[in-house]
Ligand binder design. Sequence first.
Ligand code: G3P
Ligand code: CA
Length: 298
Amino acid sequence: MYTRAAATTVAALMGAGALVLPTTHAAADTPTVSSTAKPGRPLVVSHRGASAYAPENTFAAIDKARELGFTWVENDVQRTKDGELVIMHDDTLKRTTNVEQVFPGRAPWKVADFTAAEIRKLDAGSWFSPKYAGQRVPTLKQYMNRVSRNRQSLVFEFKKPEIYPGIEKQGLRVLRETGWLDKAHVSGKLVIQSFSADSVKTVHKLRPDVKTGFLGTPAAADLADYATFSDQINATHTSISAKYVKAIHALKGPHKKRLEIFTWTVNDGPNAVRAADFGVDGIITNAPDVVRKALRKG
Ligand code: G3P
Ligand code: CA
């Protein structure tokens, strides 16, 4: 079923050194963290961490991805009332924290209406399972340090950047301060993506060396325009076809390498195999182990 052969390896595209943890760095009592990338196989990215098994966008979710053996994780970055960048998908705190209990009079509980100190008080794990009670909403700085500690790599998403003016510059500053904009990271451990083309363009302008991704499925005729500022077109798996993937691969991105496609959110084996057969470069999934197992069968 899994037929893609001899395609350019993801390892080559992303920088092979970034994909496999040197064994000298692995603690003796922990599993070696490696990507599932094999020649011609898509990179598997844990969406909001291994969010099928642990509360999304928490330390627990990226630790779980690591425990399962996955290097690449994805996140969502937003800004608090007092200007701290935090890891949160929704623009309200309601779904993934206990904010309604802690701050009952503060509907609609927007991230942008709470200070970092207030958000620090919230439980971001109990909604998922009592087992994860006490998980916090990480600040971006805390999160980057944790990803570093785990020797993981990151697909970093600016979420709703239109409501946070200047967030790209601020996010890049935190990445620089946490060591994520040095050559080793930029060459193979980091992609910055957004649904906002303007935001991706801003990132590309501020740091042309950073790999970028546009979230969406532009018309094939428009792909060449996107390829001027985005290295990846990251589309929903239901919106793509072999023809679309081929159209992407026919182009070169801003770094003069083949334009790539990471597809999301693929949480079952058959759709993972379907996407892999189309030739996608990456699969973003809540259940990375499910995707890995499906692709290994091919
Ligand atoms: O990385 C792809 C995916 O995260 C985009 O959608 O809404 O889950 O952030 P969303
Ligand atoms: Ca996301």
